[in-house]
Design a protein around this ligand. Structure first.
Ligand SMILES: [Zn+2]
Length: 619
């Protein structure tokens, strides 16, 4: 994932990608932004808020949130929001801006490019297929059947469009003909999983026929697969076996089912903003939940949750709520998901739906408020597993012992010792075993029994850059007057060429602000305005960087004259303050000299103080 197939990306390439990416446009793809002076303003995608405190300053290539303190440049935005590693974000933006990232190995470069062209063509075929299925939903005579099926599930047009839901007609050659007309490569359509070669090897037929089509997107928003759900048969007397309820695309160059989550592309901004996701079982559940406003719902693709999927989700969510069917399979799925969620560091809670319900049927019967209150009151996943085990084992002593030992592996994943102790108490209470030591012993037995025969190699977690939001550092207080002064320079760097600016370095007595001032002066000579990320880079760990981040997000002086007025007003005030402070210090020194009997010194200091108060600065 990191830099594979690439040499380290050169700094100047990174810089030109940064310069050529309009941060306002990039952020605008995720967040609705409104103009606010020289900045753009919107609801922060990194924390949940009702009034906008998220600012983007396009000219400075910078964003900052006054609510959660997230800030950075285009790469920072993408790493945080999409959970990408830095080189990945650079590459993503390189593609957007059309900047080539050179590779030190031309052979490898060529291969990589050829590979990419091929996957791009396959992605284009999948996209065309999605468009075809959407059209068929409207135009095909049997499309109405598919539409009715959506309507039965309360899926409205807007949701259907967002997910690009479609209908694959009941024909062997729907897509085959479309691709033939457009002269697409049949081999690539096969690689895309859309068509299947005939057994006679003299052509292809459509993989998906008479099905509801759910496109599956990858983390770049490309459609990489489809999941097709069976519809009621069209023939009256059909003694053939009923078709499989779901058919999914086979894995291919773009698609590995264990590594993607359905709904993540559509829900990622909401998940990031709210900090949590709903994990449910199937794609219809996801669509229905999005339809009812839970647009942070995702689901694995027809399999149990994998370790990769848990880690993928962790890149966007800090917590997860499991919303599985209230049947035996649903309970099993919760148990299977637990170790992966625990290993990914995703705290989970479990909503138990009543037996016989799935999210969709529950929503239709009880409504979103009832579901929301179940979510709010949902127990943690470990409590849930303990309670489940206890309620399943009402019976003899042996069954109780087995049920307790089955919880051993679950508790082993609990890292916090206090939490662990509370769970043991809960087990004792739920199973009615009052000897804590006996409970412990039984849990340990369960761990031993569960130990794998051979040690698996330890999988390295993927690099985590950006998310989740770090804790805000302690802020050093910044003198407001000095801040205003430096802010004027940041807003209108042209000031540095006017005579008013000469005294600024003298009156900026805060060393951190002075360092920012100096870095700004150095930068401005070479560039028109202030480049936020370069500036922040240059000042490094500076006590005033929090101030700088906030100040760079907004522009208070939109014209030079306003900045000049501020300097003219503030510089004399700071000078006066400095004089008064020096005078105060002299006053003390004079008194000390008199006490010590050094009248000559006291007289000299008194003259100095008089001169100072008359207006000359003390040197
Ligand atoms: Zn924020």
């Amino acid at each position: 994932m990191v830099n594979r197939g690439f040499a380290v990306i050169p700094d100047d390439v990174i810089a030109s990608i940064r310069e050529r990416t309009d941060i306002g446009v990039l952020v605008g793809e995720y967040v609705k932004l409104k103009k606010s002076g020289a900045s753009l303003k919107g609801l922060c995608p990194f924390h949940n808020e009702k009034t906008p405190s998220f600012y983007v300053h396009p000219q400075r290539g910078f964003f900052h949130c006054f609510g959660c303190q997230a800030s950075g440049d285009v790469f920072g935005f993408l790493t945080r929001l999409e959970g990408l590693a830095f080189p990945e974000a650079v590459r993503r933006l390189a593609e957007r801006t059309g900047i080539e990232i050179p590779d030190s190995d031309p052979q490898r470069d060529k291969e990589r490019r050829r590979e990419k062209e091929k996957t791009d063509r396959i992605a284009a075929l999948l996209d065309e297929a999605a468009g075809f299925y959407v059209r068929m939903l409207e135009e095909h005579p049997n499309g109405a059947m598919a539409k009715q099926c959506f309507r039965d599930r309360d899926v409205d047009d807007e949701t259907a469009q967002r997910f690009r839901l479609g209908y694959a007609p009941d024909a062997w050659d729907g897509l085959v003909n479309l691709f033939r007309q457009k002269q697409r490569s049949p081999g690539e359509a096969e690689a895309a999983g859309l068509v299947v070669p005939r057994r006679t090897r003299d052509g292809y037929y459509d993989r998906f026929r008479h099905r509801l089509m759910f496109p599956v997107s990858d983390s770049q928003g490309r459609i990489v697969a489809f999941s097709g759900r069976a519809l009621p048969s069209l023939e009256d007397d059909d003694d053939r076996d009923p078709p499989a309820k779901y058919i999914n695309s086979p894995e291919g160059p773009l698609y590995q089912k264990g590594k993607l989550l359905f709904g993540l592309w559509e829900g990622r901004v909401s998940i990031r903003r709210q900090g949590w996701a709903v994990l449910c079982e199937g794609n219809f559940d996801v669509v229905c939940l999005h339809r009812h406003g839970l647009d942070n719902a995702v689901a694995p693709l027809g399999t149990a949750l994998t370790a990769d999927q848990a880690r993928l989700l962790r890149r966007f969510a800090e917590r997860v709520v499991l919303l599985f069917d209230g049947d035996k399979a649903g309970r099993k799925a919760v148990r299977a998901a637990y170790p992966h969620l625990a290993e990914a560091g995703l705290p989970a809670r479990v909503v138990a739906l009543p037996e016989g319900h799935d999210p969709d049927s529950f929503l239709r019967e009880h409504g979103i408020d009832a579901l929301q209150s179940r979510i709010d009151g949902a127990p943690g996943i470990v409590e849930h597993l303990i309670d489940q085990a206890a309620s399943n084992s009402r019976g003899d002593a042996a069954a109780t012992a087995d049920a307790i030992s089955s919880l051993g592996p679950v508790l082993k994943k609990v890292e916090n010792p206090v939490e662990g102790r509370l769970y043991i108490d809960r087990i004792a209470q739920k199973f009615g075993v009052h000897d804590i030591d006996a409970v412990r012993q039984q849990l340990r037995r369960g761990i031993r029994q569960n130990r794998p025969k051979r040690r698996r190699p330890i999988e390295e977690p993927p690099p985590m850059e950006g998310p989740p939001i770090e804790e805000a550092p302690v802020r050093r207080k910044i003198d407001p007057l000095q801040g205003e002064l430096l802010g004027a320079v940041l807003d209108q760097p042209e000031l540095l060429e006017s005579p008013e600016a000469e005294k600024i370095p003298e009156v900026l007595t805060d060393p951190d602000l002075r360092a920012i001032f100096q870095a700004t002066s150095r930068q401005v000579g070479r560039r028109e305005g202030v480049d936020a990320s370069v500036l922040l880079d240059q000042i490094g760990a500076n006590g005033a960087s929090w101030w700088l981040e906030e100040r760079l997000a907004v522009q208070l002086h939109e014209d030079l004259e306003s900045a000049r007025r501020l300097v003219r007003d503030v510089v004399p005030r700071l000078e006066k303050r400095a004089r008064e402070m020096s005078a105060g210090q002299l006053e003390q020194q004079i008194r000390a000299a008199r006490r010590a009997g050094d009248d000559a010194l006291a007289d000299r200091l008194t003259r100095e103080r008089m001169a100072l108060l008359r207006g000359a600065l003390r040197k």
